[in-house]
Write a protein that binds this ligand. Structure first.
Ligand code: IPM
Ligand code: MN
Length: 337
């Protein structure tokens, strides 16, 4: 595929002029235009539909806030497999390397389910996480009173729910050694001390901007990796973040408390697989998985932003996908990148 480097249309009005100023654009205000490089990854299923809505919002932001957004659209997931035979082409990686952020629609669909592992759409997502060390995945869960009735949980439990799930995104069983033969299979869950330290620091900095409370979710009564997490996370927080508190919770109990007393959580910090599962569960507090944005960040301020909902092949192409999660992901780009 040819590289499409587009510019979102520039503003039809001169937004650098302040009211009552009829001297036109000064050099100073022209310099104040902030430039931002974004890679657009529409992906599969409803991805391109919600992505189109994001472009509309980005065009307005550019017009209103003296932003110059350079958009470079690239392939990922099933769309990339169909066009180039792999879910994360080198061209997409190169484009991200030159960008401040990437905005992803969704990947996956039943037409690729039978593909060999190397040509599955989801691998594109896993590879971009690994390639850019996007270790810190933020999934904010905030309930809105207008949507309480869409949640299977009683409204009185949803009041004041405002929690941030910090999911480690580049380690654990997702990325450990894998193998299988006809009778056995193995997915190794491995974590190193530096991996736990950096995500703990990220979570603690977020907690400092919030209520200063971290719940560390693990299975330390069974798993050795969880015992490492506890030791490292407690040390980092104790030594470096005296204003942040940390409590431990087993993942099975956390899955229950998320439904019975969700408003008690502030920052929930956990490893990759537990975070995957708990964030889908927690999405039900908001009324729908379709309403959640996410940000995956590394240490260099590059971020991948995407709705949590996935490609929803059952409703793709009908023009009925709700772009809310995608628009919140745009909002997160503006905040974090
Ligand atoms: C998510 C998704 C991915 C994950 C899949 C598509 C690989 O479920 O972002 O939560 O498991 O991380
Ligand atoms: Mn998931």
């Amino acid at each position: 595929m040819e590289q499409v480097a587009t510019m979102i249309p520039s503003p039809p009005v001169d937004i650098t002029r302040s009211p009552g100023d009829d001297s036109g654009m000064s050099d100073e205000t022209a310099d104040s235009t902030r430039s931002f490089r974004l890679v657009g990854l529409p992906g599969d299923g409803i991805g391109p539909e919600v992505y189109a809505s994001a472009l509309q919002v980005l065009a307005v932001l550019q017009e209103r806030y003296a932003l110059r957004i350079e958009l470079d659209e690239q392939l990922i997931g099933g769309a990339a497999v169909d066009a180039m035979g792999e879910p994360l082409p080198q061209q997409t990686i190169d484009a991200c390397r030159n960008a401040d952020a990437a905005l992803l629609g969704a990947v996956g669909g039943p037409q690729w389910d039978g593909n060999p592992a190397e040509q599955r759409p989801e691998l594109g997502l896993l590879k971009i996480r690994a390639e850019f060390s996007l270790f810190c995945n933020l999934r904010p869960i905030v309930t809105h009173p207008a949507l309480h009735s869409f949640s299977p949980i009683r409204a009185e439990r949803l009041r004041d729910v405002d929690l941030m799930i910090v999911r480690e995104l580049t380690g654990g069983s997702y990325f450990g050694k894998k193998w299988r033969d006809a009778d056995q299979a193995e997915d190794v869950c491995r974590y190193t001390r530096p991996e736990v330290e950096r995500v703990t620091r990220a979570a603690a900095r977020i907690a400092q901007q919030r209520q200063g409370r971290i719940t560390l979710v693990d299975k330390a009564n069974v798993l050795e990796t969880s015992r490492l997490w506890r030791e490292v996370a407690h040390r980092v927080i104790g030594e470096e973040f005296p204003d942040v508190s940390v409590e431990n919770m087993y993942v099975d109990a956390a899955s229950m408390h998320l439904l019975t007393r969700p408003a008690d959580f502030d920052v929930l910090l956990t490893e990759n697989l537990f975070g995957d599962i708990l964030s889908d569960e927690a999405s039900m507090l908001c009324g729908s998985l379709g309403l959640l944005p996410s940000a995956s960040l590394n240490e260099d301020r590059f971020g991948l932003y995407e709705p949590v909902h996935g490609s929803a092949p059952d409703i793709a192409g009908q023009g009925i996908a709700n772009p809310y999660a995608m628009l919140l992901s745009v909002a997160k780009i503006m905040r974090n990148s």
